[in-house]
Design a protein around this ligand. Structure first.
Ligand code: GLN
Ligand code: ZN
Length: 764
């Protein structure tokens, strides 16, 4: 495609989902891992999927198609493997990384733990964290060259190889000290240079270099390193044109960014719309560069308002003529499902207003056409009208009847909770717990039996009553087990829930569930997030029956268990006609009713889980406060309706406690439990400088492993914690829910935990 941009506005794409229409990608991978598919067959299947996806994009009429975005697992891992960045422990002796080593890095094997995995910016996609070691990076295999040739030879596509840029790649890697950032970056650049030179030699015109880290808060001195890096890359391959692509928010350091020696800059005009537009207005755009304008949302599933996007393009064209502009999605389409073909069961006004990856490509092409031939041309007119009509029907649906905002504030102000010290007194009187109370985080093992029962019920083989009786049996069994172990605060075990968001979504109004809305979460694991498409409302009690039943079986307190509003929000596809904070408020008001229902039914302790608060954190530091403010408010709105004698718990998975401490304090939960066993030392250290003066449980064992920790191990952790935290506020619990564990190991571990607590209690 290179060179022909003078013909006018062109269309582009930044990446396509890998998983395949029927998740065949996942199936082949898992068959291979399970020994049911030979390596050769796997390579062949993968090639078919890869080419099919390229062919689809070409057929859709996309001018600029990326190659190399397809992966067997993850693009960060691909980049690490391409540069020979393989941790020592995998015994890689140089040269191209074998498929076995590649998957071992991703998944571990009997003898070697996998590389760490973590969330990709503020998405729910996880990447494999590259680990730098003693060996310096080198280009052990130019996978982009091979993929470029493949697309050209088999499909006649002159693709645009895509690679994660050096700044982002290094920012997201580990295994080097932060002070050595510049040095390590410099060791990486010659490898990138060689990669680009080989592409240049092959006759590649354009390369897409993804630098999403450039939308985060980038220190000035690092921006200077970015400038030097691109200067170096440009002089190494001067004939090659680089599209420097940012996404997920507005670009930082805009004036420096647009003066980099690259030939095109990609900006996200969906998630960074107002700030990117403001930068354009203020600083203009260089006359010798192309602007790739991301105007179709690559992160959400709604159809674009094409009228609005045409206006947006027009505003952009005041600074960049259409001849130097590319229309594209805001980021790779990796984060949305493939297409709507299977979505036949959704309400019509919802279905018609959705756009998955394939439909988004159609939108990109429609926008391009509209600019090229004018809005009055018949086809264009029709697509504009149909998008207008669909969105209008959705917005006018009773599901979206306008709600007054600020209800939450009023509710919160009407009945504030008493200060913690007072509440604590009342709670102690009501609950009579020993010091260092022991509890768990909520779920118990979801055994094969539990999963089978649920399948039978969903398929209609079991009646509702049969299934409910089965759940009661499980609850009964585990209440007895918990009493026998000697835990102080019991839970019902969450046997009725598959997923902590889906369970509540299915019972609240405003949600829809798709048939094929799968997106990759990590490796071959895909998730099907619910859609919050209408106003969220409480319909009927969701957890009261099971909790009350559990409480009826014991004299010990049973902790009610809910998923919090911010977690539900962050793990769903959310309507975009309202600010997220308003949707959070609706969720909070609905969940508040459940909390009140539990209390009314006699439950004295209620836990509202918020494991996903942290991952909704905006990418720029300057935006953190606003987000945390409404997130905290939503939590408080959910929990503040109860009596002061009712104890509110919350749970967070990993959390950088010290940097969100203020927000956590503001949540005003009576007890918080956090996952810490893997980073116990660091967390305790942070209590040297911050204080936390409410109930707190630091996970004393890692639930991600089947290993049963000893009494001594856990006592040691508890003793350490008690050096910085007062025993009167300290709780003893595992790191997280136990649903992925087996029964035996769970019981054994909890017995040890209770023993450790008793020993220490006795010694106080
Ligand atoms: N209550 C949930 C459970 O125990 C919490 C899970 C989570 O934090 N992700 O499963
Ligand atoms: Zn957790």
């Amino acid at each position: 495609m290179g060179g022909s941009i003078k013909a006018g506005l062109t269309s582009g794409n930044l990446g396509y989902p890998r998983i395949g229409e029927k998740r065949e990608w996942k199936k082949h991978l898992e068959a291979y891992w399970g020994g049911k598919l030979e390596e050769k067959a796997l390579l062949n299947e993968m090639k078919n999927i890869r080419l099919e996806h390229l062919r689809k994009q070409k057929e859709a009429g996309i001018d600029w198609i990326s190659v190399g975005d397809f992966s067997f697992y993850d693009s960060m891992l691909d980049t690490a493997a391409m540069f020979g960045i393989v941790p020592e422990r995998f015994g890689h002796s140089g040269g191209a990384v074998s498929l076995a080593t590649y998957f071992a890095m991703a998944r571990g094997n009997q003898s070697t733990p996998a590389c760490e995995m973590t969330k990709w910016f503020n998405t729910n996609y996880h990447y494999i964290v590259p680990e730098f070691g003693d060996r310096s990076p080198e280009l052990v295999e130019n996978r982009l060259l091979a993929l470029y040739k493949e697309a050209k030879e088999t499909l006649g596509i002159d693709g645009r190889p895509v690679v994660i840029g050096p700044y982002t790649f290094l920012k997201l890697s580990k295994g080097y000290e932060r002070e050595r950032f510049k040095e390590v970056l410099e060791s990486l650049l010659p490898v990138y240079a060689q990669l680009l030179q080989e592409l240049e030699r092959e006759g590649v015109q354009w390369v897409q270099v993804d630098e999403p880290a450039l939308v985060t808060t980038v220190p000035q001195e690092e921006m200077k390193m970015v400038q030097e890096s691109y200067q170096y890359l440009h002089s190494s391959a001067p004939k090659l044109d680089i599209l420097l692509q940012t996404y997920f928010d507005s670009a930082e350091h805009y004036p420096e960014l647009i003066s980099l020696p690259v030939q095109a800059i990609g900006l996200d005009f969906v998630h960074g719309r107002s700030r990117n537009l403001a930068s354009l207005e203020k600083h203009g755009f260089p006359a010798d560069k192309v602007l790739a304008a991301g105007v179709v949302d690559g992160r959400n599933i709604w159809r674009s308002d094409l009228d609005d996007r045409l206006e947006l393009l027009e505003s952009i064209s005041r600074y960049v003529p259409y001849e130097r502009m590319i229309v594209q999605p805001s980021c790779s389409l990796l984060h949305v499902p493939i297409n709507l073909e299977a979505e036949t069961a959704l309400p019509a006004e919802l279905r018609n207003a959705l756009a998955y990856a394939d439909e988004k490509l159609t939108e990109v092409v429609a926008l391009t056409q509209a600019v090229r031939v004018g809005h009055e041309q018949a086809d264009v007119k029709e697509s504009l009208a149909s998008s207008r009509k669909a969105l209008q029907a959705l917005n006018e649906s009773p599901q979206r009847a306008v709600r007054s905002v600020e209800v939450g504030r009023a509710v919160l102000a009407a009945k504030p909770r008493a200060p913690f010290a007072e509440r604590r007194q009342l709670q102690q009187e009501a609950l009579g717990l020993p010091v260092l109370p022991t509890t768990t985080i909520g779920s118990f093992p979801q055994t094969a039996e539990v999963r089978r029962a649920r399948r039978q019920w969903r398929k209609g083989e079991w009646s509702k009553e049969q299934y409910a009786a089965f759940i009661r049996e499980q609850i009964g069994e585990w209440i007895a087990i918990q009493e026998q172990i000697g835990l102080d605060v019991l839970v019902h075990g969450e046997f009725e829930r598959t997923d902590m968001v889906e369970f509540f979504g299915e019972k609240l109004a405003g949600f829809a569930f798709t048939a094929n809305g799968w997106v990759q979460s990590y490796g071959s694991r895909c998730v099907k997030p619910p859609i919050i498409w209408g106003n969220v409302d409480f319909v009927e009690p969701m957890t009261v029956e099971e909790t009350v039943y559990a409480q009826s079986l014991t004299n010990k307190p049973v902790k009610g268990m809910l998923t919090g509003p911010v977690t539900v929000l962050n793990w769903s596809f959310v309507r975009d006609d309202l600010p997220r904070k308003e949707v959070a408020e609706q969720l909070a008001l609905a969940l508040r009713k459940e909390v009140e229902g539990l209390e009314k039914a006699g439950i004295r302790m209620i836990q509202v889980d918020e494991p996903a608060v942290r991952e909704g954190l905006p990418l720029k530091k300057e935006d953190h406060e606003e987000y945390l403010n409404w997130a905290v408010e939503a939590f408080r709105l959910t929990t503040s309706g109860v009596e002061d004698s009712t104890q509110i718990h919350t749970h967070m998975c990993y959390c950088e406690f010290s940097d969100s401490i203020d927000a956590i304090r503001e949540m005003d939960a009576d007890v918080i439990s956090i996952e810490t066993s893997r980073s116990h030392g660091e967390l305790l250290e942070s209590f040297g400088s911050v204080t936390y003066d409410k109930g707190i449980g630091l996970g004393v064992y890692d639930i991600h492993s089947p290993r049963v920790p000893s009494v001594e191990e856990m006592s040691a952790l508890i003793r350490q914690a008690l050096q910085v935290l007062p025993p009167s506020l300290f709780w003893i619990n595992p790191d997280c829910g136990l649903k992925t564990r087996a029964k035996e190991e769970t019981v054994q571990s909890l017995k040890h935990m209770v023993q450790a607590a008793r020993q220490i209690r006795a010694s106080l």
